[in-house]
Design a protein around this ligand. Structure first.
Ligand code: AHR
Length: 334
Protein backbone atom coordinates (compact mmCIF):
# COMPACT_ATOMS: atom_id res chain seq x y z
CA UNK A 1 0.00 0.00 0.00
CA UNK A 2 1.51 3.34 -1.05
CA UNK A 3 2.03 5.96 1.60
CA UNK A 4 1.30 9.51 0.58
CA UNK A 5 3.46 12.45 1.46
CA UNK A 6 0.26 14.09 2.73
CA UNK A 7 0.09 11.78 5.73
CA UNK A 8 1.39 13.72 8.69
CA UNK A 9 3.99 12.34 11.08
CA UNK A 10 1.98 13.18 14.23
CA UNK A 11 -1.00 11.26 12.84
CA UNK A 12 1.11 8.18 12.15
CA UNK A 13 2.82 8.46 15.55
CA UNK A 14 -0.53 8.65 17.35
CA UNK A 15 -1.84 5.60 15.51
CA UNK A 16 1.30 3.58 16.21
CA UNK A 17 1.25 4.55 19.89
CA UNK A 18 -2.37 3.50 20.19
CA UNK A 19 -1.59 0.12 18.60
CA UNK A 20 1.34 -0.46 20.94
CA UNK A 21 -0.77 0.33 23.97
CA UNK A 22 -3.51 -1.93 22.72
CA UNK A 23 -1.32 -4.89 21.83
CA UNK A 24 0.74 -4.62 24.99
CA UNK A 25 -2.26 -4.18 27.23
CA UNK A 26 -0.57 -1.24 28.93
CA UNK A 27 -2.86 1.08 30.83
CA UNK A 28 -2.01 4.58 29.66
CA UNK A 29 -5.08 6.45 30.71
CA UNK A 30 -8.84 6.16 30.46
CA UNK A 31 -11.81 5.15 32.52
CA UNK A 32 -11.66 2.36 35.01
CA UNK A 33 -14.77 2.84 37.09
CA UNK A 34 -17.12 0.33 35.49
CA UNK A 35 -14.59 -2.49 35.31
CA UNK A 36 -15.61 -5.50 33.23
CA UNK A 37 -19.32 -4.99 33.45
CA UNK A 38 -19.36 -8.41 35.14
CA UNK A 39 -22.94 -9.59 34.96
CA UNK A 40 -21.96 -13.27 34.95
CA UNK A 41 -18.68 -14.98 35.69
CA UNK A 42 -18.44 -17.99 33.38
CA UNK A 43 -15.28 -16.72 31.67
CA UNK A 44 -17.15 -16.25 28.40
CA UNK A 45 -17.79 -12.84 26.88
CA UNK A 46 -21.05 -11.86 25.27
CA UNK A 47 -21.02 -8.70 23.17
CA UNK A 48 -24.12 -6.86 22.01
CA UNK A 49 -23.30 -4.96 18.83
CA UNK A 50 -25.56 -2.43 17.11
CA UNK A 51 -24.51 -1.74 13.53
CA UNK A 52 -25.55 1.37 11.56
CA UNK A 53 -26.99 -0.58 8.63
CA UNK A 54 -25.82 -1.90 5.27
CA UNK A 55 -25.66 1.38 3.39
CA UNK A 56 -22.24 1.01 1.73
CA UNK A 57 -19.44 -1.34 0.71
CA UNK A 58 -17.53 0.00 3.70
CA UNK A 59 -20.31 -1.04 6.07
CA UNK A 60 -20.52 -4.54 4.60
CA UNK A 61 -16.76 -4.99 5.07
CA UNK A 62 -17.01 -3.65 8.63
CA UNK A 63 -19.80 -6.09 9.54
CA UNK A 64 -17.83 -9.03 8.13
CA UNK A 65 -14.73 -7.92 10.07
CA UNK A 66 -16.68 -7.76 13.34
CA UNK A 67 -18.42 -11.11 12.88
CA UNK A 68 -15.23 -12.92 11.85
CA UNK A 69 -13.21 -11.38 14.67
CA UNK A 70 -15.81 -12.34 17.27
CA UNK A 71 -15.71 -15.96 16.12
CA UNK A 72 -11.90 -15.98 16.11
CA UNK A 73 -11.79 -14.46 19.61
CA UNK A 74 -14.39 -16.87 21.03
CA UNK A 75 -16.74 -13.99 21.85
CA UNK A 76 -20.47 -14.60 21.56
CA UNK A 77 -21.83 -11.84 19.34
CA UNK A 78 -25.39 -10.57 19.40
CA UNK A 79 -25.71 -8.45 16.26
CA UNK A 80 -28.39 -5.97 15.29
CA UNK A 81 -28.71 -3.96 12.05
CA UNK A 82 -30.32 -0.58 12.84
CA UNK A 83 -31.16 0.24 9.22
CA UNK A 84 -29.72 3.75 9.60
CA UNK A 85 -32.20 4.65 12.39
CA UNK A 86 -31.16 5.96 15.80
CA UNK A 87 -34.35 4.69 17.46
CA UNK A 88 -33.48 1.14 16.34
CA UNK A 89 -30.02 1.47 17.88
CA UNK A 90 -31.44 2.73 21.19
CA UNK A 91 -33.89 -0.19 21.23
CA UNK A 92 -31.10 -2.69 20.52
CA UNK A 93 -28.92 -1.24 23.28
CA UNK A 94 -31.81 -1.46 25.76
CA UNK A 95 -32.33 -5.09 24.77
CA UNK A 96 -28.65 -5.81 25.36
CA UNK A 97 -28.88 -4.19 28.80
CA UNK A 98 -31.88 -6.40 29.64
CA UNK A 99 -30.02 -9.46 28.42
CA UNK A 100 -27.11 -8.53 30.70
CA UNK A 101 -24.44 -8.84 28.01
CA UNK A 102 -20.84 -8.31 29.16
CA UNK A 103 -19.98 -5.52 26.71
CA UNK A 104 -22.02 -3.30 24.41
CA UNK A 105 -20.39 -1.96 21.25
CA UNK A 106 -21.95 0.22 18.61
CA UNK A 107 -21.31 2.53 15.70
CA UNK A 108 -23.65 5.49 16.29
CA UNK A 109 -25.79 6.47 13.30
CA UNK A 110 -25.67 10.12 14.40
CA UNK A 111 -23.50 11.97 16.92
CA UNK A 112 -26.14 13.42 19.27
CA UNK A 113 -28.80 12.07 21.59
CA UNK A 114 -27.08 9.17 23.33
CA UNK A 115 -26.68 10.33 26.93
CA UNK A 116 -29.83 8.70 28.36
CA UNK A 117 -29.26 5.22 26.97
CA UNK A 118 -25.52 5.34 27.69
CA UNK A 119 -26.33 6.25 31.29
CA UNK A 120 -28.70 3.28 31.48
CA UNK A 121 -25.84 1.00 30.37
CA UNK A 122 -23.46 2.56 32.89
CA UNK A 123 -25.99 2.21 35.72
CA UNK A 124 -26.38 -1.47 34.78
CA UNK A 125 -22.57 -1.86 35.03
CA UNK A 126 -22.19 -2.75 31.34
CA UNK A 127 -19.22 -1.10 29.62
CA UNK A 128 -19.75 0.48 26.22
CA UNK A 129 -17.21 0.66 23.39
CA UNK A 130 -17.77 3.08 20.51
CA UNK A 131 -16.49 1.83 17.20
CA UNK A 132 -16.13 3.59 13.83
CA UNK A 133 -18.15 6.68 14.87
CA UNK A 134 -18.24 8.67 18.09
CA UNK A 135 -20.91 10.55 20.05
CA UNK A 136 -20.89 14.19 21.20
CA UNK A 137 -21.67 13.41 24.87
CA UNK A 138 -19.84 15.74 27.25
CA UNK A 139 -19.63 12.99 29.87
CA UNK A 140 -16.78 10.80 28.63
CA UNK A 141 -17.33 8.31 31.47
CA UNK A 142 -20.40 7.04 29.60
CA UNK A 143 -18.17 4.92 27.36
CA UNK A 144 -14.80 3.23 27.80
CA UNK A 145 -13.14 4.07 24.52
CA UNK A 146 -13.67 5.11 20.92
CA UNK A 147 -11.99 3.01 18.22
CA UNK A 148 -12.08 4.51 14.73
CA UNK A 149 -10.81 6.94 12.12
CA UNK A 150 -10.11 10.64 12.37
CA UNK A 151 -12.77 11.86 9.94
CA UNK A 152 -11.67 15.49 10.07
CA UNK A 153 -8.22 14.39 8.95
CA UNK A 154 -9.72 12.40 6.07
CA UNK A 155 -11.56 15.50 4.82
CA UNK A 156 -8.40 17.55 5.24
CA UNK A 157 -6.30 15.10 3.23
CA UNK A 158 -8.88 15.23 0.44
CA UNK A 159 -8.86 19.05 0.48
CA UNK A 160 -5.07 19.33 0.67
CA UNK A 161 -4.69 17.12 -2.38
CA UNK A 162 -7.09 19.35 -4.30
CA UNK A 163 -5.30 22.53 -3.22
CA UNK A 164 -2.06 21.07 -4.57
CA UNK A 165 -3.70 20.02 -7.88
CA UNK A 166 -5.29 23.42 -8.43
CA UNK A 167 -2.47 25.62 -7.20
CA UNK A 168 -2.02 27.19 -10.66
CA UNK A 169 -5.76 27.73 -11.31
CA UNK A 170 -6.30 31.34 -12.30
CA UNK A 171 -10.12 31.39 -12.06
CA UNK A 172 -12.83 29.85 -9.87
CA UNK A 173 -12.85 26.09 -9.35
CA UNK A 174 -16.44 24.96 -8.76
CA UNK A 175 -16.80 22.10 -6.30
CA UNK A 176 -19.92 20.08 -5.49
CA UNK A 177 -20.04 18.02 -2.30
CA UNK A 178 -21.99 14.83 -1.62
CA UNK A 179 -22.33 14.67 2.14
CA UNK A 180 -22.82 11.51 4.19
CA UNK A 181 -25.93 10.93 6.32
CA UNK A 182 -27.12 14.09 8.03
CA UNK A 183 -25.90 14.31 11.62
CA UNK A 184 -23.40 11.43 11.26
CA UNK A 185 -19.91 12.08 12.60
CA UNK A 186 -18.16 11.25 9.29
CA UNK A 187 -20.44 13.67 7.41
CA UNK A 188 -19.90 16.50 9.90
CA UNK A 189 -16.17 15.95 10.24
CA UNK A 190 -15.25 15.30 6.60
CA UNK A 191 -17.12 18.45 5.56
CA UNK A 192 -15.25 20.43 8.21
CA UNK A 193 -11.80 19.05 7.36
CA UNK A 194 -12.28 19.59 3.62
CA UNK A 195 -13.54 23.17 4.10
CA UNK A 196 -10.58 23.99 6.34
CA UNK A 197 -8.09 22.67 3.78
CA UNK A 198 -9.53 24.37 0.69
CA UNK A 199 -9.70 27.70 2.51
CA UNK A 200 -5.99 27.92 1.56
CA UNK A 201 -7.03 28.84 -2.00
CA UNK A 202 -9.89 31.34 -2.46
CA UNK A 203 -10.41 30.09 -6.04
CA UNK A 204 -11.77 26.82 -4.63
CA UNK A 205 -15.49 27.21 -3.95
CA UNK A 206 -18.11 24.69 -2.82
CA UNK A 207 -21.08 25.76 -4.96
CA UNK A 208 -23.48 23.00 -3.82
CA UNK A 209 -23.47 20.58 -0.90
CA UNK A 210 -26.16 18.03 -0.11
CA UNK A 211 -26.57 14.65 1.56
CA UNK A 212 -26.55 11.46 -0.52
CA UNK A 213 -26.94 9.37 2.67
CA UNK A 214 -23.72 7.40 2.03
CA UNK A 215 -25.51 5.28 -0.64
CA UNK A 216 -24.97 4.77 -4.38
CA UNK A 217 -28.60 5.59 -5.12
CA UNK A 218 -28.36 8.80 -3.09
CA UNK A 219 -25.10 9.81 -4.80
CA UNK A 220 -26.58 9.27 -8.25
CA UNK A 221 -29.79 11.15 -7.53
CA UNK A 222 -28.13 14.19 -5.94
CA UNK A 223 -25.44 14.36 -8.61
CA UNK A 224 -28.17 14.45 -11.27
CA UNK A 225 -29.64 17.50 -9.51
CA UNK A 226 -26.21 19.14 -9.19
CA UNK A 227 -25.56 18.66 -12.90
CA UNK A 228 -28.94 20.11 -13.88
CA UNK A 229 -28.55 23.16 -11.65
CA UNK A 230 -24.87 23.94 -12.31
CA UNK A 231 -23.52 24.23 -15.85
CA UNK A 232 -19.89 24.33 -14.67
CA UNK A 233 -18.81 21.69 -12.17
CA UNK A 234 -15.04 21.14 -11.94
CA UNK A 235 -14.75 18.91 -8.89
CA UNK A 236 -16.86 16.42 -6.95
CA UNK A 237 -15.99 15.68 -3.33
CA UNK A 238 -18.01 12.66 -2.15
CA UNK A 239 -17.88 11.67 1.53
CA UNK A 240 -17.62 8.00 0.53
CA UNK A 241 -16.87 5.75 -2.44
CA UNK A 242 -20.44 4.53 -2.83
CA UNK A 243 -21.86 8.01 -3.40
CA UNK A 244 -18.99 8.70 -5.81
CA UNK A 245 -19.80 5.49 -7.69
CA UNK A 246 -23.47 6.48 -7.95
CA UNK A 247 -22.42 9.94 -9.16
CA UNK A 248 -20.32 8.35 -11.93
CA UNK A 249 -23.53 7.11 -13.55
CA UNK A 250 -25.09 10.58 -13.44
CA UNK A 251 -21.94 12.21 -14.83
CA UNK A 252 -21.65 9.73 -17.71
CA UNK A 253 -25.37 10.05 -18.50
CA UNK A 254 -24.87 13.84 -18.69
CA UNK A 255 -22.25 13.28 -21.42
CA UNK A 256 -19.25 14.19 -19.25
CA UNK A 257 -16.14 12.12 -18.64
CA UNK A 258 -15.61 11.34 -14.94
CA UNK A 259 -12.05 11.88 -13.77
CA UNK A 260 -11.36 14.25 -16.68
CA UNK A 261 -14.19 16.76 -17.12
CA UNK A 262 -14.90 16.49 -13.40
CA UNK A 263 -12.17 15.68 -10.88
CA UNK A 264 -13.52 13.17 -8.35
CA UNK A 265 -12.29 12.81 -4.77
CA UNK A 266 -13.81 10.27 -2.38
CA UNK A 267 -13.20 8.60 0.97
CA UNK A 268 -13.05 4.90 2.02
CA UNK A 269 -10.96 3.01 -0.59
CA UNK A 270 -13.19 -0.07 -0.81
CA UNK A 271 -12.47 -2.35 -3.80
CA UNK A 272 -15.04 -0.79 -6.17
CA UNK A 273 -13.78 2.70 -5.36
CA UNK A 274 -10.19 1.61 -5.84
CA UNK A 275 -11.11 0.07 -9.20
CA UNK A 276 -12.69 3.36 -10.30
CA UNK A 277 -9.52 5.15 -9.20
CA UNK A 278 -7.27 2.67 -11.02
CA UNK A 279 -9.45 3.16 -14.13
CA UNK A 280 -9.01 6.95 -13.94
CA UNK A 281 -12.70 7.62 -13.17
CA UNK A 282 -11.87 8.76 -9.64
CA UNK A 283 -8.77 10.92 -9.06
CA UNK A 284 -7.98 10.57 -5.35
CA UNK A 285 -9.19 8.59 -2.32
CA UNK A 286 -8.51 9.13 1.37
CA UNK A 287 -8.69 5.76 3.07
CA UNK A 288 -11.08 4.87 5.91
CA UNK A 289 -10.43 1.35 7.15
CA UNK A 290 -13.45 -0.82 8.07
CA UNK A 291 -11.30 -3.64 9.48
CA UNK A 292 -11.98 -2.81 13.11
CA UNK A 293 -13.10 -6.27 14.29
CA UNK A 294 -9.87 -7.67 15.76
CA UNK A 295 -9.06 -4.50 17.74
CA UNK A 296 -12.64 -4.31 18.98
CA UNK A 297 -12.52 -7.88 20.32
CA UNK A 298 -9.16 -7.22 22.03
CA UNK A 299 -10.67 -4.19 23.69
CA UNK A 300 -13.75 -6.13 24.81
CA UNK A 301 -11.51 -8.70 26.51
CA UNK A 302 -9.48 -6.04 28.29
CA UNK A 303 -12.54 -4.14 29.42
CA UNK A 304 -14.20 -7.31 30.69
CA UNK A 305 -11.00 -8.16 32.60
CA UNK A 306 -11.17 -4.74 34.27
CA UNK A 307 -8.06 -3.44 32.52
CA UNK A 308 -7.81 0.19 31.58
CA UNK A 309 -7.78 1.03 27.88
CA UNK A 310 -6.83 4.22 26.04
CA UNK A 311 -9.87 6.49 25.67
CA UNK A 312 -9.20 7.00 21.95
CA UNK A 313 -7.69 4.53 19.50
CA UNK A 314 -7.17 5.94 16.03
CA UNK A 315 -7.15 3.75 12.94
CA UNK A 316 -4.03 3.88 10.79
CA UNK A 317 -4.85 4.96 7.25
CA UNK A 318 -3.34 6.29 4.04
CA UNK A 319 -4.37 7.93 0.75
CA UNK A 320 -4.34 6.74 -2.87
CA UNK A 321 -3.69 8.23 -6.30
CA UNK A 322 -4.44 6.29 -9.49
CA UNK A 323 -0.95 4.77 -9.63
CA UNK A 324 -1.09 3.74 -5.97
CA UNK A 325 -4.56 2.20 -6.46
CA UNK A 326 -3.26 0.07 -9.35
CA UNK A 327 -0.48 -1.18 -7.11
CA UNK A 328 -2.67 -1.84 -4.07
CA UNK A 329 -5.71 -3.40 -5.77
CA UNK A 330 -4.45 -6.99 -6.17
CA UNK A 331 -3.98 -7.33 -2.40
CA UNK A 332 -6.96 -5.28 -1.29
CA UNK A 333 -8.96 -7.19 1.34
CA UNK A 334 -12.25 -5.32 1.05
O1 AHR B 1 -18.61 5.71 9.37
C1 AHR B 1 -17.89 5.33 8.25
C2 AHR B 1 -18.63 5.68 7.01
O2 AHR B 1 -19.90 5.08 7.01
C3 AHR B 1 -18.00 5.25 5.71
O3 AHR B 1 -17.11 6.16 5.19
C4 AHR B 1 -19.19 5.14 4.83
O4 AHR B 1 -18.96 4.47 3.62
C5 AHR B 1 -20.11 4.44 5.76
O5 AHR B 1 -21.38 4.33 5.36
Amino acid sequence: MGKMRTQSAPWRAAAVLASVLLVGGVAACGNSDTGGGGTKDDGKITMGFSQVGAESGWRTANTISIKEAATAAGIELKFDDAQQKQENQIKAIRNYIQQKVDVIAFSPVVESGWDTVLKEAKDAGIPVILTDRSVDSADKSLYKTFLGSDFVKEGKLAGEWLVEQKKTASGPVNIVELQGSTGAAPANDRKKGFAEAIAANPNLKVIASQTGDFTRAGGKQVMEQFLKANPKIDVLFAHNDDMGLGALEAITAAGKVPGKDITIITIDAVKDGMQALADGKFNFIAECSPLLGPQLMDLAKKVKAGQEVPPRIETEETTFTTEQAKEALPNRKY
